[in-house]
Design a protein around this ligand. Structure first.
Ligand SMILES: Cc1cc2nc3c(=O)[nH]c(=O)nc-3n(C[C@H](O)[C@H](O)[C@H](O)COP(=O)(O)OP(=O)(O)OC[C@H]3O[C@@H](n4cnc5c(N)ncnc54)[C@H](O)[C@@H]3O)c2cc1C
Length: 307
Protein backbone atom coordinates (compact mmCIF):
# COMPACT_ATOMS: atom_id res chain seq x y z
CA UNK A 1 0.00 0.00 0.00
CA UNK A 2 0.81 3.68 0.05
CA UNK A 3 0.96 6.23 2.85
CA UNK A 4 0.85 9.90 1.92
CA UNK A 5 1.58 12.31 4.79
CA UNK A 6 1.42 16.08 4.57
CA UNK A 7 2.03 18.68 7.26
CA UNK A 8 -0.77 21.21 7.46
CA UNK A 9 -0.91 24.57 9.32
CA UNK A 10 -1.32 24.17 13.09
CA UNK A 11 1.28 21.41 13.41
CA UNK A 12 -1.11 18.67 12.32
CA UNK A 13 -0.60 16.01 9.66
CA UNK A 14 -3.02 14.98 6.94
CA UNK A 15 -2.58 11.27 6.38
CA UNK A 16 -3.89 9.15 3.54
CA UNK A 17 -3.42 5.41 3.34
CA UNK A 18 -4.09 3.42 0.17
CA UNK A 19 -4.43 -0.27 0.84
CA UNK A 20 -4.29 -2.67 -2.12
CA UNK A 21 -5.18 -5.74 -0.05
CA UNK A 22 -8.67 -5.89 -1.62
CA UNK A 23 -12.15 -4.80 -0.51
CA UNK A 24 -12.20 -3.86 3.17
CA UNK A 25 -14.64 -5.76 5.43
CA UNK A 26 -15.63 -2.54 7.19
CA UNK A 27 -15.93 -0.44 4.03
CA UNK A 28 -19.60 0.45 4.65
CA UNK A 29 -18.91 1.64 8.20
CA UNK A 30 -17.55 4.91 9.54
CA UNK A 31 -13.75 4.99 9.67
CA UNK A 32 -12.31 4.88 13.19
CA UNK A 33 -8.91 6.11 14.35
CA UNK A 34 -8.02 2.57 15.40
CA UNK A 35 -8.72 1.20 11.90
CA UNK A 36 -6.62 3.94 10.29
CA UNK A 37 -3.82 3.40 12.80
CA UNK A 38 -3.71 -0.35 12.25
CA UNK A 39 -3.81 0.01 8.41
CA UNK A 40 -1.05 2.62 8.34
CA UNK A 41 1.06 0.53 10.74
CA UNK A 42 0.50 -2.59 8.58
CA UNK A 43 1.58 -0.78 5.40
CA UNK A 44 4.57 0.85 7.13
CA UNK A 45 5.65 -2.42 8.77
CA UNK A 46 5.91 -0.79 12.19
CA UNK A 47 3.56 0.57 14.86
CA UNK A 48 2.69 4.24 14.31
CA UNK A 49 1.03 6.22 17.11
CA UNK A 50 -1.89 8.57 16.35
CA UNK A 51 -4.23 10.62 18.51
CA UNK A 52 -6.88 13.38 18.51
CA UNK A 53 -8.17 13.01 14.96
CA UNK A 54 -9.85 16.10 13.57
CA UNK A 55 -11.43 14.42 10.54
CA UNK A 56 -11.71 10.83 9.33
CA UNK A 57 -13.04 9.71 5.96
CA UNK A 58 -12.99 6.72 3.66
CA UNK A 59 -12.79 6.54 -0.14
CA UNK A 60 -12.29 3.81 -2.68
CA UNK A 61 -11.06 3.15 -6.20
CA UNK A 62 -14.45 2.05 -7.51
CA UNK A 63 -15.78 3.76 -10.65
CA UNK A 64 -19.41 4.31 -11.53
CA UNK A 65 -21.06 6.10 -14.46
CA UNK A 66 -24.81 6.49 -14.95
CA UNK A 67 -26.43 5.12 -18.11
CA UNK A 68 -28.00 8.48 -18.83
CA UNK A 69 -27.55 12.01 -17.46
CA UNK A 70 -31.18 12.79 -18.18
CA UNK A 71 -34.50 11.19 -17.36
CA UNK A 72 -37.24 13.57 -18.45
CA UNK A 73 -37.08 16.61 -16.20
CA UNK A 74 -34.37 15.10 -13.97
CA UNK A 75 -30.76 15.87 -14.89
CA UNK A 76 -27.68 14.59 -13.08
CA UNK A 77 -24.36 16.39 -12.66
CA UNK A 78 -21.17 15.89 -10.67
CA UNK A 79 -20.62 12.87 -8.42
CA UNK A 80 -24.30 11.96 -8.80
CA UNK A 81 -23.43 11.03 -12.41
CA UNK A 82 -19.85 9.81 -12.14
CA UNK A 83 -17.43 8.73 -9.42
CA UNK A 84 -13.90 7.42 -9.64
CA UNK A 85 -10.66 7.20 -7.69
CA UNK A 86 -9.66 10.80 -6.80
CA UNK A 87 -6.19 10.62 -8.37
CA UNK A 88 -5.27 13.71 -10.36
CA UNK A 89 -7.93 15.84 -8.65
CA UNK A 90 -10.42 15.56 -11.51
CA UNK A 91 -13.76 14.86 -9.79
CA UNK A 92 -14.81 18.35 -8.77
CA UNK A 93 -13.66 19.93 -12.04
CA UNK A 94 -15.53 17.29 -14.08
CA UNK A 95 -18.68 18.19 -12.12
CA UNK A 96 -18.14 21.90 -12.73
CA UNK A 97 -17.76 21.27 -16.46
CA UNK A 98 -21.07 19.36 -16.32
CA UNK A 99 -22.70 22.44 -14.78
CA UNK A 100 -21.18 24.82 -17.34
CA UNK A 101 -22.31 22.56 -20.19
CA UNK A 102 -25.83 22.25 -18.77
CA UNK A 103 -26.49 25.79 -17.53
CA UNK A 104 -26.86 27.64 -20.83
CA UNK A 105 -28.79 24.74 -22.41
CA UNK A 106 -31.30 24.82 -19.55
CA UNK A 107 -31.58 28.62 -19.81
CA UNK A 108 -32.34 28.43 -23.54
CA UNK A 109 -34.75 25.53 -23.05
CA UNK A 110 -36.85 27.21 -20.35
CA UNK A 111 -37.07 30.33 -22.54
CA UNK A 112 -38.17 28.31 -25.56
CA UNK A 113 -35.04 29.33 -27.47
CA UNK A 114 -33.37 25.91 -27.76
CA UNK A 115 -33.17 23.83 -30.91
CA UNK A 116 -34.62 20.34 -30.85
CA UNK A 117 -32.46 17.97 -28.86
CA UNK A 118 -30.20 20.66 -27.36
CA UNK A 119 -30.87 19.46 -23.81
CA UNK A 120 -30.15 15.85 -24.82
CA UNK A 121 -26.74 16.94 -26.12
CA UNK A 122 -25.79 17.41 -22.43
CA UNK A 123 -25.69 13.62 -21.97
CA UNK A 124 -24.11 13.05 -25.41
CA UNK A 125 -21.27 15.47 -24.64
CA UNK A 126 -20.61 14.96 -20.94
CA UNK A 127 -20.95 11.18 -20.52
CA UNK A 128 -18.02 10.40 -22.88
CA UNK A 129 -15.96 13.06 -21.04
CA UNK A 130 -16.66 11.34 -17.69
CA UNK A 131 -15.83 7.94 -19.21
CA UNK A 132 -12.47 9.38 -20.30
CA UNK A 133 -11.76 10.56 -16.75
CA UNK A 134 -12.74 7.16 -15.37
CA UNK A 135 -10.42 5.49 -17.88
CA UNK A 136 -7.44 7.69 -17.06
CA UNK A 137 -7.93 7.25 -13.29
CA UNK A 138 -8.06 3.48 -13.79
CA UNK A 139 -4.80 3.70 -15.75
CA UNK A 140 -3.25 5.69 -12.90
CA UNK A 141 -4.49 3.19 -10.31
CA UNK A 142 -2.89 0.42 -12.39
CA UNK A 143 0.41 2.33 -12.35
CA UNK A 144 0.21 2.78 -8.56
CA UNK A 145 -0.38 -0.88 -7.81
CA UNK A 146 2.54 -2.11 -5.66
CA UNK A 147 3.45 -5.04 -7.92
CA UNK A 148 7.11 -5.39 -9.00
CA UNK A 149 5.88 -6.71 -12.38
CA UNK A 150 4.67 -3.16 -13.08
CA UNK A 151 8.05 -1.54 -12.40
CA UNK A 152 9.05 -1.54 -16.12
CA UNK A 153 5.77 0.20 -16.99
CA UNK A 154 6.37 2.82 -14.29
CA UNK A 155 9.92 3.30 -15.57
CA UNK A 156 8.63 3.77 -19.12
CA UNK A 157 6.11 6.41 -17.98
CA UNK A 158 8.86 8.08 -15.97
CA UNK A 159 11.01 8.36 -19.09
CA UNK A 160 8.13 9.71 -21.19
CA UNK A 161 7.33 12.33 -18.55
CA UNK A 162 10.92 13.42 -17.99
CA UNK A 163 11.30 13.96 -21.75
CA UNK A 164 8.54 16.58 -21.53
CA UNK A 165 6.98 15.65 -24.87
CA UNK A 166 4.24 13.42 -23.52
CA UNK A 167 3.58 15.46 -20.42
CA UNK A 168 1.55 18.01 -22.41
CA UNK A 169 -0.70 15.19 -23.63
CA UNK A 170 -1.26 14.07 -20.05
CA UNK A 171 -1.72 17.57 -18.62
CA UNK A 172 -4.27 18.43 -21.35
CA UNK A 173 -6.09 15.21 -20.48
CA UNK A 174 -6.08 15.78 -16.71
CA UNK A 175 -7.13 19.45 -17.10
CA UNK A 176 -9.81 18.38 -19.65
CA UNK A 177 -8.61 21.08 -22.05
CA UNK A 178 -8.31 18.46 -24.79
CA UNK A 179 -11.99 17.43 -24.68
CA UNK A 180 -13.44 17.41 -28.20
CA UNK A 181 -17.23 17.39 -28.34
CA UNK A 182 -18.90 14.76 -30.51
CA UNK A 183 -20.59 15.98 -33.69
CA UNK A 184 -24.20 16.87 -33.00
CA UNK A 185 -26.76 14.71 -34.74
CA UNK A 186 -29.10 16.61 -37.03
CA UNK A 187 -27.13 19.83 -37.23
CA UNK A 188 -25.88 19.17 -40.75
CA UNK A 189 -22.29 18.72 -39.56
CA UNK A 190 -22.25 14.92 -39.35
CA UNK A 191 -19.25 13.63 -41.26
CA UNK A 192 -17.74 17.02 -42.12
CA UNK A 193 -16.73 19.81 -39.84
CA UNK A 194 -13.94 22.30 -39.59
CA UNK A 195 -10.91 21.48 -37.42
CA UNK A 196 -11.99 24.14 -34.90
CA UNK A 197 -15.45 22.76 -34.22
CA UNK A 198 -15.98 20.84 -31.00
CA UNK A 199 -12.74 22.14 -29.48
CA UNK A 200 -12.28 24.47 -26.51
CA UNK A 201 -11.37 28.02 -27.53
CA UNK A 202 -8.35 29.44 -25.71
CA UNK A 203 -8.81 32.80 -23.99
CA UNK A 204 -7.38 34.89 -26.83
CA UNK A 205 -6.99 38.71 -26.50
CA UNK A 206 -9.10 40.54 -29.09
CA UNK A 207 -9.20 44.09 -30.45
CA UNK A 208 -12.91 44.91 -30.87
CA UNK A 209 -14.72 48.07 -31.96
CA UNK A 210 -15.44 48.71 -28.24
CA UNK A 211 -11.77 48.33 -27.27
CA UNK A 212 -9.60 45.47 -26.00
CA UNK A 213 -11.42 42.32 -24.91
CA UNK A 214 -10.86 38.60 -24.51
CA UNK A 215 -12.92 35.47 -25.11
CA UNK A 216 -13.82 34.87 -21.44
CA UNK A 217 -14.92 38.49 -20.95
CA UNK A 218 -17.13 38.35 -24.04
CA UNK A 219 -18.75 35.10 -22.83
CA UNK A 220 -19.45 36.38 -19.30
CA UNK A 221 -23.05 37.33 -20.12
CA UNK A 222 -23.78 33.65 -20.81
CA UNK A 223 -24.77 34.26 -24.45
CA UNK A 224 -23.46 32.43 -27.53
CA UNK A 225 -20.90 34.54 -29.33
CA UNK A 226 -20.48 35.13 -33.06
CA UNK A 227 -16.99 36.51 -33.62
CA UNK A 228 -16.43 38.18 -37.00
CA UNK A 229 -12.86 38.91 -38.01
CA UNK A 230 -12.19 41.62 -40.62
CA UNK A 231 -14.31 42.79 -43.55
CA UNK A 232 -14.74 39.38 -45.26
CA UNK A 233 -17.02 38.16 -42.46
CA UNK A 234 -19.90 40.59 -43.17
CA UNK A 235 -22.04 37.96 -44.95
CA UNK A 236 -22.16 35.83 -41.77
CA UNK A 237 -23.62 38.77 -39.88
CA UNK A 238 -26.52 38.83 -42.34
CA UNK A 239 -26.99 35.02 -42.12
CA UNK A 240 -27.19 35.27 -38.30
CA UNK A 241 -29.67 38.18 -38.37
CA UNK A 242 -32.65 35.95 -37.42
CA UNK A 243 -30.90 34.83 -34.24
CA UNK A 244 -29.92 38.33 -33.08
CA UNK A 245 -32.09 37.90 -29.96
CA UNK A 246 -29.91 35.01 -28.79
CA UNK A 247 -26.45 35.78 -30.16
CA UNK A 248 -23.90 38.32 -29.17
CA UNK A 249 -22.18 39.46 -32.39
CA UNK A 250 -18.73 40.99 -31.95
CA UNK A 251 -16.43 42.30 -34.69
CA UNK A 252 -12.73 42.04 -34.00
CA UNK A 253 -9.45 42.69 -35.76
CA UNK A 254 -8.04 39.56 -37.43
CA UNK A 255 -5.55 37.84 -35.13
CA UNK A 256 -2.87 35.28 -35.95
CA UNK A 257 -4.04 33.17 -32.97
CA UNK A 258 -7.46 32.60 -34.57
CA UNK A 259 -6.78 32.39 -38.32
CA UNK A 260 -10.39 32.26 -39.55
CA UNK A 261 -13.02 34.71 -40.79
CA UNK A 262 -15.62 33.90 -38.15
CA UNK A 263 -16.32 31.65 -35.14
CA UNK A 264 -19.53 30.70 -33.36
CA UNK A 265 -18.62 30.11 -29.71
CA UNK A 266 -20.98 28.45 -27.23
CA UNK A 267 -21.45 30.02 -23.78
CA UNK A 268 -19.29 27.21 -22.34
CA UNK A 269 -16.33 28.21 -24.55
CA UNK A 270 -16.55 25.42 -27.14
CA UNK A 271 -16.53 26.26 -30.85
CA UNK A 272 -19.90 25.41 -32.45
CA UNK A 273 -19.00 26.49 -35.98
CA UNK A 274 -16.31 28.01 -38.16
CA UNK A 275 -16.46 28.51 -41.93
CA UNK A 276 -13.48 26.32 -42.87
CA UNK A 277 -15.02 23.23 -44.44
CA UNK A 278 -17.88 22.75 -41.98
CA UNK A 279 -21.68 23.04 -42.27
CA UNK A 280 -23.58 26.21 -43.18
CA UNK A 281 -23.82 28.74 -40.33
CA UNK A 282 -27.61 28.91 -40.64
CA UNK A 283 -27.92 25.10 -40.27
CA UNK A 284 -25.82 25.13 -37.11
CA UNK A 285 -27.71 28.12 -35.65
CA UNK A 286 -31.05 26.41 -36.37
CA UNK A 287 -29.81 23.17 -34.74
CA UNK A 288 -28.67 24.98 -31.60
CA UNK A 289 -31.29 27.70 -31.24
CA UNK A 290 -34.26 26.64 -33.36
CA UNK A 291 -35.60 28.43 -36.40
CA UNK A 292 -35.51 32.22 -36.43
CA UNK A 293 -36.10 32.87 -32.68
CA UNK A 294 -36.10 36.65 -32.96
CA UNK A 295 -39.05 36.45 -35.36
CA UNK A 296 -41.22 34.11 -33.30
CA UNK A 297 -40.28 35.60 -29.94
CA UNK A 298 -40.11 39.33 -30.33
CA UNK A 299 -39.47 41.22 -27.12
CA UNK A 300 -37.67 38.35 -25.35
CA UNK A 301 -34.72 39.47 -23.31
CA UNK A 302 -31.45 38.24 -24.71
CA UNK A 303 -29.65 37.89 -21.37
CA UNK A 304 -29.17 34.23 -20.44
CA UNK A 305 -27.62 33.02 -17.25
CA UNK A 306 -24.68 30.70 -17.79
CA UNK A 307 -23.70 27.70 -15.69
C1 LIG B 1 -10.00 11.96 -0.97
C2 LIG B 1 -10.59 12.77 -2.09
C3 LIG B 1 -9.84 13.77 -2.68
C4 LIG B 1 -10.35 14.52 -3.75
N1 LIG B 1 -9.57 15.50 -4.33
C5 LIG B 1 -10.05 16.20 -5.38
C6 LIG B 1 -9.26 17.21 -6.00
O1 LIG B 1 -8.12 17.48 -5.59
N2 LIG B 1 -9.79 17.87 -7.07
C7 LIG B 1 -11.03 17.59 -7.56
O2 LIG B 1 -11.46 18.20 -8.56
N3 LIG B 1 -11.82 16.65 -6.97
C8 LIG B 1 -11.36 15.95 -5.91
N4 LIG B 1 -12.15 14.99 -5.31
C9 LIG B 1 -13.50 14.74 -5.84
C10 LIG B 1 -14.49 15.80 -5.33
O3 LIG B 1 -14.46 15.86 -3.90
C11 LIG B 1 -15.91 15.45 -5.80
O4 LIG B 1 -15.87 15.12 -7.18
C12 LIG B 1 -16.85 16.62 -5.57
O5 LIG B 1 -16.91 16.96 -4.20
C13 LIG B 1 -18.25 16.26 -6.08
O6 LIG B 1 -19.09 17.37 -5.91
P1 LIG B 1 -20.64 17.20 -6.02
O7 LIG B 1 -21.21 18.54 -5.69
O8 LIG B 1 -20.99 16.57 -7.31
O9 LIG B 1 -21.05 16.12 -4.92
P2 LIG B 1 -20.85 16.18 -3.33
O10 LIG B 1 -19.64 16.98 -2.97
O11 LIG B 1 -20.97 14.77 -2.86
O12 LIG B 1 -22.09 17.03 -2.86
C14 LIG B 1 -23.39 16.47 -2.77
C15 LIG B 1 -24.08 17.13 -1.59
O13 LIG B 1 -25.43 16.70 -1.57
C16 LIG B 1 -25.78 16.43 -0.24
N5 LIG B 1 -26.92 15.50 -0.27
C17 LIG B 1 -26.91 14.18 -0.53
N6 LIG B 1 -28.15 13.67 -0.47
C18 LIG B 1 -28.96 14.71 -0.22
C19 LIG B 1 -30.38 14.85 -0.06
N7 LIG B 1 -31.20 13.79 -0.17
N8 LIG B 1 -30.87 16.07 0.21
C20 LIG B 1 -30.08 17.15 0.31
N9 LIG B 1 -28.72 17.09 0.15
C21 LIG B 1 -28.19 15.89 -0.09
C22 LIG B 1 -24.53 15.82 0.38
O14 LIG B 1 -24.55 15.94 1.78
C23 LIG B 1 -23.46 16.71 -0.26
O15 LIG B 1 -23.22 17.87 0.50
C24 LIG B 1 -11.67 14.24 -4.23
C25 LIG B 1 -12.43 13.23 -3.62
C26 LIG B 1 -11.91 12.49 -2.59
C27 LIG B 1 -12.75 11.41 -1.94
Amino acid sequence: GWIVAKRVPGGRTRLRALDWAGPQDRRHQELTLEELRSRVSWIAGQEIAMETPRWLSRFSDYSRLVDSYRSGRVLLAGDAAHVHFPIGGQGLSTGLLDAVNLGWKLALTVRGLAGEGLLDSYDQERRPAAQRVIDNTRAQVALMRPDPALDPLRALFGELLSGGGESSVLSSMISAQDTVLPTRQGDGTTGSRSPWEGGFLPNVALATADGPADVIGLLCGGRPLLLLFGGRAEGYDEQARHWSGVLRVVRAEPTAELPCEALLVRPDGYVAWSPCGGAELTDVLAAYFGAAPSVVRTGQSAELSGG
